[in-house]
Design a protein around this ligand. Structure first.
Ligand code: ZN
Length: 382
C-alpha cells in the first residue's frame, strides 16, 4: 500500500464561532481523512461519513463531515487532489467519487476558458470596429456626397477668408498666376471640380484649398518665391487636397458617426445632414501627415502632366527650411512637422527615379514681376 502523501494545507469551518475558519493540515489515509490542527490531536473522518463536493466556482474541493458534535467543512485548494487520494490506497468507490468531481471541475474550467476566449474575441472585434469600422463608414459617407454640395461647403468658408483678409487687385499678378494655374488645371484631368484662384492681400506666406475647388494663395507667398515653378508646386499640392477630398473628409470625420450614418442612409437630401454650418471648422482641421504626403504625390503627377518643374515644391520646402519665420507663417503645406527637409527628400527621390521631366517654360518673367497688392504698403516689398 502506498504511503500517504505529505500533508496539505486546508481551511476548516464549523469548529469555532459561526463563519470562523481554522487553518489546518490534512492527510489522506486509506480509509479516512486526517485533520491536524494547532494544539489539538488529529481528527479523523472516515470516507464513508463524509460527502465530497466542489466549492464556489468549482475552485475548491469541499469535504463535509460531523465530528466533536459539530458539522465540519474542509476546503482544499489543490489540483492534484484526485491523484493524492488515488495513491493513498483509498477504496475504489472513494476514488470513483473524487474522479466524478474532478470531471465536473475540468468541464467547468474549460467552459470558463471558452467563455474567456469568446469575451476576448468580442473585445477584439469591438475595438476593430472602432478603429477599422469608422474609416469604412467615413469612406462610404464621403463617396455619397455630391460635388455641388461640397462646393457649397467651400463657398461658405471662402466668404470668411476674403472678408478677413481682402483680395489682391493687382491684375498683372493675376495674369502671371493664371499662366501657372491654367496649366495645372488643364493637367489635373479631374473634370468634377472647377478651380478658382484668389490672391489674398496679406504678407503671410500661405496657400490653401477649400472643398469644391476654391483656391487661395497669399501675396506673401508670391512675393517670397522668385520662381513660378515653386508656386506651381505649392498649388499643385493644394489642388490635390481638393481632388482627393481631404478637407471634406476631415469635416465629415469631425461631424461624427451619427452624421456619417445619416449620409450613408439618406444621402445629403436629409435635413440632419447639413455640413455647411461646419465649414468654419475647415481652417481648424489640420490635414494629417498621410494626407499631406498624398497631396505631395498627386500634385507631383499634375506637375509632370503640366510640364512644370516637379522640383518646384521641394525648392519651396528648402526655402521654408532655410527661414524659420516663413515656416511660422506657413500653416498649410507645412502644417505637419517635421516638414520641409523630409518631404523635399521624399519628392526628390521620386523625381530621381524617373526619366528627366520635360519642362515647358513660362512666358512671365517672375523676377521682374511687380508682385505688389494695391492695399499693401510699399515697404512690404523687398
Ligand atoms: Zn497640404
Amino acid at each position: 500500500m502506498a504511503e500517504p502523501r505529505s500533508e496539505l494545507p486546508a481551511t476548516l469551518f464549523g469548529l469555532g464561532e459561526k463563519g470562523e475558519s481554522t487553518p489546518v493540515r490534512v492527510r489522506f489515509l486509506p480509509s479516512a481523512i486526517e485533520i491536524t490542527m494547532k494544539d489539538q490531536g488529529p481528527l479523523r473522518l472516515t470516507y464513508g461519513s463524509v460527502t465530497m463536493e466542489l466549492g464556489p466556482d468549482d475552485e475548491f474541493w469541499v469535504f463535509k463531515g460531523h465530528a466533536l458534535s459539530k458539522d465540519l467543512l474542509i476546503y482544499i485548494n489543490e489540483d492534484s487532489l484526485p491523484d493524492i487520494i488515488r495513491s493513498s490506497g483509498a477504496h475504489p468507490s472513494v476514488i470513483e467519487r473524487i474522479d466524478k468531481l474532478a470531471s465536473a471541475k475540468e468541464a467547468h474550467s474549460s467552459g470558463q476558458k471558452v467563455a474567456l476566449a469568446l469575451f476576448v474575441l468580442f473585445i477584439v472585434v469591438f475595438l476593430a470596429g472602432i478603429y477599422a469600422g469608422v474609416p469604412i463608414l467615413l469612406d462610404m459617407a464621403v463617396d455619397r456626397i455630391p460635388v455641388d454640395w461640397e462646393v457649397s461647403l467651400g463657398a461658405a468658408a471662402a466668404g470668411d477668408i476674403t472678408r478677413n483678409y481682402g483680395e489682391c487687385t493687382n491684375t498683372e499678378l493675376y495674369t502671371a498666376l493664371a499662366e501657372v494655374t491654367d496649366r495645372l488645371v488643364a493637367a489635373s484631368g479631374d473634370q468634377r471640380y472647377t478651380f478658382n484662384f484668389t490672391i489674398i492681400d496679406t504678407n503671410m506666406v500661405n496657400a490653401f484649398a477649400l472643398p469644391g475647388g476654391r483656391m487661395f494663395v497669399t501675396y506673401g507667398l508670391l512675393n517670397v518665391t522668385d520662381d513660378p515653378h515653386e508656386v506651381a508646386g505649392v498649388l499643385g499640392h493644394e489642388m490635390a487636397h481638393v481632388t482627393e477630398r481631404h478637407g471634406l473628409r476631415n469635416v465629415v470625420a469631425n461631424a461624427g458617426i451619427r452624421i456619417m450614418v445619416a449620409i450613408i442612409m439618406s444621402g445629403t437630401d436629409s435635413d440632419i445632414v447639413d455640413l455647411v454650418p461646419l465649414a468654419g471648422q475647415l481652417s481648424a482641421l489640420a490635414f494629417s501627415r498621410e494626407q499631406e504626403r498624398d497631396a505631395d504625390a498627386v500634385g507631383l503627377e499634375v506637375l509632370y502632366a503640366a510640364r512644370l518643374d516637379p522640383d518646384g515644391l521641394p525648392r519651396f520646402f528648402d526655402r521654408l527650411a532655410a527661414d524659420d519665420t516663413l515656416l511660422e507663417d506657413f500653416m498649410e503645406v507645412a502644417s505637419t512637422h517635421p516638414v520641409s527637409a523630409d518631404r523635399a527628400t521624399e519628392i526628390r527621390s521620386v523625381i530621381s527615379s524617373r526619366p528627366a521631366p520635360t519642362i515647358a517654360p513660362l512666358a512671365t518673367d517672375w523676377s521682374t514681376l511687380e508682385k505688389r497688392c494695391t492695399s499693401l504698403p510699399v515697404k512690404g516689398i523687398p
